[in-house]
Design a protein around this ligand. Sequence first.
Ligand SMILES: [Mg+2]
Length: 238
Amino acid sequence: MTVSGPAPRAILFDIDGTLLRSRGSARVFDDTMEQVFGIRGDLGSIRPDGMTDPHILAALLDGRTPRVGSVTPRLLATFEVALARALAAAVASGAVTFWTLPGVEGLLTELSRRQDMRLGIVTGNMRATARVKLGAVALDGYFRGGGYGSDSPVRDQLPGVALRRMSQAEEIVFEPRHAVMIGDTPHDLAAARAHGMRCVLVATGQYEHGELAAAGPDVLLEDLSDGARVLDAILGEE
Ligand SMILES: [Mg+2]
């Protein structure tokens, strides 16, 4: 495939606290954990924001023995399917609600029209769960690939996974130095830096503005509502 001009840059979005927020989903996580591992977790007892789901499970199971002995890849896959099903059912029944954060639809529409950008996902959610969440708010059509908690418990590895998947899907090599991560926690920033990527943080999740500023992102925004400002932040023109 011949591409004229510079290759498009990959814009990688986190999900929770960046694109959307939810009500009621923590309980579904705890219920599914009990169903699969035989131990009831309490998501409210830790600060899960920015952690991968396998990392969250490990933290909640720390020192406790699940009835299955250990958390194997097969069990994680079982958890992924069970959680995705439970979340989808809870969305259908109204027990869980997802909503997009300010400016998100307009921004994704705008960016996805540009020839010089492709959009991807980097999230600690397992892949099936990410699909349910994005589908619940009709955002699943914007992204060309992603890196998920089901790919690795180590978030810092996920931007590389996302870029590889996008490169395969598009037959274009997406370079980390031209990619940009957009997230809502210092974990998103650390994952971006692990790949030498630019990072824009937004204060629409559970982390306070001051905590995010202290982490040292390239740009910190209150939200994604000002499309021109977000674009400048992505392009490094602010
Ligand atoms: Mg997040």
